[in-house]
Ligand binder design. Structure first.
Ligand SMILES: [Zn+2]
Length: 364
C-alpha cells in the first residue's frame, strides 16, 4: 500500500519561496487529494512579527526545530497544522504589508476600499495573527473591521455615505444584487466572535438584520438587494439575530408612537404652536411613505432622513425655525439612543467595551 507521502503532491508556493530563506514551512491538506505546500521564508521575519515564533527560534541551534529529522535540503522543515490558504495570506501579510492595508484609508478623508470579499479575505490573516501572536498584523486587521462596523454613530454615517456613489453606479448599470460592493456582516460576526473582536458585533448584527428586511417576497419584483453568507453562522448566532430583530422592532414601536409630542411646540415658537401640527403631519406622511420593509429595515437611517425632512420647508408651510430645530434634535436624539442600545438589543452588552457607542460630543 502506498504511503501518504508518496501520494501527496508537493509544491513550492510562488511569491513565498525566497532563495535566501532559512526555514521551510510546510502545510498539508486535511482531505484527499493530499497536497503539501512549502514556503521558504526567513526566521528573522517570522520572529520579528510573531512572539510565538521568536520563542521557538530563540534557543540557538539545539532547538527542537533545528534537530528535527525532516529537512528540505539543508533547511529544517516546520509543519504547521493550519490551512494552506490561511498560511499563504498570513505570510503575505508579513512580507507584503499592502495586502493588509488595502482596506484602510489611504488619504486624509479617504474611506477603506471595501467589497464583497471583505472580510473573508482577511480571515486567514486574523486567525493566524491571533494564534501566533502577531500583534501588529492583528491590529491592522482589527482596525479594518472596526472601521466597517464601528462603535460610533458618526463613523457609521461615514460608512453609509461611502456606499452612495458605488451603489448609484451599480444601479445605473442595471445591477440589482449589490452584494459585491458591500462587506459581508455574517463573516464579520464569525471573525468577531471567534477571534475576539466583540466591539464590531452589535453593528454587524444590525447590518445583517437590515439586509434581510429588504428582501422582496416576489423574486420577479426584487429590487436592489444584498446577500450575506448565513451558512457561516451557528444556530446560537441566528437565534441572537432573531431575538435582536424582535427587540429592535419593539423599541421602534414603543419610542416612535408620537416622538415629537413632548418637544413641540418650542417655548419660543413664533407661530403660537401651529407648527406642532404641521411637523407631526409631515413626519406621519414620511413614515407612511416608508411603510413596510424599508421602514423596519434600517430605523437608524430612517431617523436620519426623518430629521432632515423636518428642516425642509415649503412656501406655504406653517412651521417656525425653533420648532423645526426642536423636531430635528428630538429625532437625532432618538437615533443616538437607538444606536447606543444596539448591544443591549442584540444581548451583547456583556461582551462589548463599556460605553460602547457613546460619543463625547454628539454631532447633530
Ligand atoms: Zn413653532
Amino acid at each position: 500500500m502506498a504511503t501518504l507521502n508518496s501520494q501527496a503532491t508537493v509544491s513550492e508556493c510562488p511569491g513565498l519561496w525566497f532563495e535566501d530563506g532559512n526555514i521551510v514551512i510546510r502545510t498539508t491538506s486535511t482531505q484527499e487529494p493530499l497536497i503539501r505546500t512549502l514556503f521558504k521564508v526567513h526566521k528573522f521575519i517570522l520572529s520579528t512579527h510573531c512572539t510565538a515564533f521568536s520563542d521557538l527560534f530563540s534557543g540557538g541551534p539545539q532547538t527542537a526545530l533545528e534537530i528535527a529529522s525532516e529537512r528540505h535540503g539543508d533547511l529544517p522543515i516546520m509543519d504547521l497544522p493550519d490551512d494552506e490558504n490561511d498560511v499563504k495570506h498570513f505570510l503575505k501579510a508579513l512580507y507584503y504589508p499592502d495586502e493588509t492595508q488595502q482596506h484602510l484609508p489611504t488619504s486624509f478623508d479617504g474611506r477603506p476600499k471595501i467589497d464583497g470579499a471583505f472580510p473573508p479575505s482577511y480571515a486567514g490573516v486574523l486567525r493566524l495573527a491571533t494564534k501566533y501572536d502577531a500583534q501588529k498584523i492583528r491590529k491592522v486587521v482589527v482596525r479594518a473591521l472596526q472601521m466597517q462596523w464601528p462603535m460610533l454613530l458618526s463613523e457609521w454615517n461615514a460608512v453609509q455615505d461611502s456606499y452612495v456613489v458605488p451603489e448609484t453606479e451599480a444601479l445605473m448599470a442595471g445591477e440589482t444584487d449589490l452584494s459585491h460592493i458591500h462587506a459581508d456582516p455574517a463573516h464579520a460576526i464569525r471573525l468577531g466572535t471567534d477571534l475576539d473582536v466583540p466591539a464590531i458585533l452589535p453593528v454587524a448584527y444590525y447590518d445583517l438584520m437590515s439586509i434581510y428586511e429588504l428582501q422582496s417576497p416576489d423574486a420577479a419584483e426584487a429590487g436592489e438587494s444584498r446577500q450575506a453568507e448565513l451558512s457561516v453562522l451557528t444556530n446560537a448566532e441566528l437565534h441572537r439575530l432573531l431575538v435582536g430583530r424582535g427587540a429592535l422592532r419593539a423599541w421602534v414601536r414603543q419610542r416612535m408612537i408620537a416622538p415629537l409630542r413632548t418637544v413641540l411646540p418650542h417655548s419660543a415658537c413664533a407661530l403660537d404652536g401651529a407648527c406642532a401640527k404641521t411637523l407631526q403631519a409631515k413626519l406621519g406622511e414620511f413614515r407612511t411613505g416608508l411603510s413596510g420593509g424599508t421602514y423596519a429595515c434600517d430605523p437608524v437611517a430612517w431617523l436620519k432622513t426623518a430629521s432632515e425632512v423636518c428642516m425642509l420647508g415649503t412656501r406655504d408651510e406653517v412651521a417656525c425655525v425653533h420648532c423645526k430645530s426642536a423636531a430635528r434634535d428630538c429625532l437625532m436624539g432618538l437615533r443616538y439612543e437607538l444606536w447606543t442600545k444596539l448591544p443591549q438589543l442584540f444581548r451583547l452588552d456583556h461582551l462589548v467595551p463599556a460605553g460602547w457607542g457613546q460619543e463625547y460630543e454628539v454631532q447633530f
